[in-house]
Design a protein around this ligand. Structure first.
Ligand code: FES
Ligand SMILES: [Fe+2]
Length: 340
C-alpha cells in the first residue's frame, strides 16, 4: 500500500525559511525547490532538471524562472520549460512537476496530490499561533530518522512526558494524576490530558507561584496526515479554564521519505518576550525535542528492524489510543485514495 496520502496539504517550510534563493527540501521522497516569486508567493518545483537531472536549486534566477546550473534550460514556476539556450525549439516533454502552495499563519503549505482537488478550506487552522499578543511565535525544526507515523504516536500519546522528558517538561507525576480522553470528529482527533490538583507545570513559571496547586491541561488536535495543534493550559486548582491556554503550539510532521521526517514546531509565549526568556524557551524545546524525543523515537524505529508496525503486534495500553486511531484513519484514507 502507498505510504503517503497525496490529496492533502503538507507543511513544506516556515515562511521565514523561504526567500529568493531556492530552498531544497526532500518532501514525500521527492527533492523540491522552494523559492519566492517577485510577488511574494512561493513556488514549489521538483528539484531535478529533466535533461541530466541537475538540481535546479543550484542554478540561478531569471526573474521568476529557474535556470538550470548544468546546461541552462530555464523553467517557469509552473515547471514548464521556457528557454533552451541551444535552439528556438523547446525540448519535448521537458517539463517538471510543480505543486500548489499557500502561505498562512507563517506556514508554507503545499498540495501533494491532484491539483484540481487542492481546496484551501482543508488547510488546518493554526491562526492561534499568530494572535497570542506576544510577538511572532517561537519556531523551530528537527530532522528525525524515523517514519512520520512514529512522530504521530509520540505526539498523540503525551504520557511519554513522564519518562522521556524528565529533564525538560518534567511530568513530576502529573500524567499519572490525570485522565486521558480521545474524541474523533470525522478525520480529526482530539487527544486530551486533564490533570487536576498538580504542582504548577514548567510552562507556568514566571506567571504563577511555583508552589501553587494547578489544574493543568494538554489538548492535542490532530488532522490527517500529521498536523497537530497543542493547547497547554493551567489555572489555579478549582478555578475556571476560561482564561484559555497559556501556550498554543504547532507540531507538524511532513515525511521527508518513508523512513525520515521533518518535524516543525512552534509555540506562543505566555508573557512578553525578552532575549533571556526566548533563550530559555529555545533551550527547553531543543532539549525536549533534539535530546529527548529524537533519540528515543529513532532508537525505537531502528529496534523494529524494518518490520511492519502491525506485524510486530504492539501491546495496547489505552493511553496510546490516539496514535492507534490516527494510524487507522490514515490507512483508510490512503486505501480509498489508492482505490479512487
Ligand atoms: S541538466 Fe539541466 S539543462 Fe542539462
Ligand atoms: Fe515528547
Amino acid at each position: 500500500m502507498a505510504r503517503f496520502l497525496r490529496n492533502c496539504w503538507y507543511m513544506a517550510a516556515w515562511s521565514h525559511e523561504v526567500g529568493e534563493a531556492s530552498l531544497r527540501r526532500r518532501l514525500l521522497g521527492d527533492p523540491i525547490a522552494l523559492y519566492r516569486r517577485s510577488d511574494g508567493t512561493v513556488a514549489a518545483l521538483v528539484d531535478r532538471c529533466p535533461h541530466r537531472f541537475a538540481p535546479l536549486s543550484m542554478g540561478t534566477r531569471d526573474g521568476d524562472n529557474l535556470v538550470c546550473p548544468y546546461h541552462g534550460l530555464t523553467f517557469d514556476p509552473q515547471g514548464a520549460c521556457v528557454h533552451n539556450p541551444y535552439s528556438d525549439q523547446l525540448p519535448k516533454g521537458a517539463s517538471i512537476r510543480s505543486f500548489p502552495t499557500v502561505e498562512r499563519d507563517s506556514i508554507v503549505w503545499f498540495w501533494a496530490g491532484d491539483e484540481a482537488k487542492a481546496d484551501t478550506a482543508l488547510i488546518p487552522d493554526f491562526s492561534m499561533l499568530m494572535i497570542s499578543g506576544h510577538g511572532a511565535p517561537l519556531s523551530g525544526y528537527m530532522a528525525m530518522a524515523a517514519p512520520y507515523e512514529m512522530g504521530i504516536d509520540n505526539l498523540l500519546d503525551l504520557s511519554h512526558i513522564e519518562f522521556v522528558h524528565k529533564g525538560s517538561f518534567a511530568g513530576m507525576g502529573v500524567i499519572f494524576a490525570g485522565e486521558h480522553s480521545l474524541r474523533q470528529e470525522g478525520n480529526r482527533l482530539h487527544s486530551n490530558w486533564w490533570m487536576t490538583d498538580v504542582a504548577a507545570p514548567p510552562h507556568t513559571f514566571g506567571i504563577y507561584n511555583p508552589q501553587m496547586r494547578c489544574d493543568h491541561w494538554l489538548d492535542m488536535r490532530w488532522d490527517a496526515p500529521a498536523a497537530m495543534y497543542l493547547q497547554v493550559g493551567a489555572c489555579p486548582h478549582g478555578e475556571s479554564r476560561d482564561g484559555g491556554p497559556l501556550a498554543h503550539q504547532a507540531h507538524i510532521l511532513t515525511p521527508e521519505s518513508e523512513n525520515s521526517t521533518h518535524y516543525f514546531w512552534a509555540t506562543t509565549r505566555g508573557f512578553p518576550p525578552t532575549e533571556e526568556s526566548d533563550a530559555m524557551l529555545n533551550g527547553l524545546f531543543s532539549q525536549a525535542f533534539d535530546d529527548e524525543d529524537k533519540p528515543i523515537i529513532e532508537a525505537t524505529f531502528r529496534n523494529m528492524d524494518g518490520q511492519d508496525f502491525w506485524d510486530l503486534k504492539p501491546a495496547y495500553l489505552g493511553i496510546d489510543a490516539g496514535g492507534t486511531t490516527a494510524r487507522r484513519i490514515l490507512e483508510k484514507l490512503i486505501a480509498s485514495e489508492t482505490a479512487g
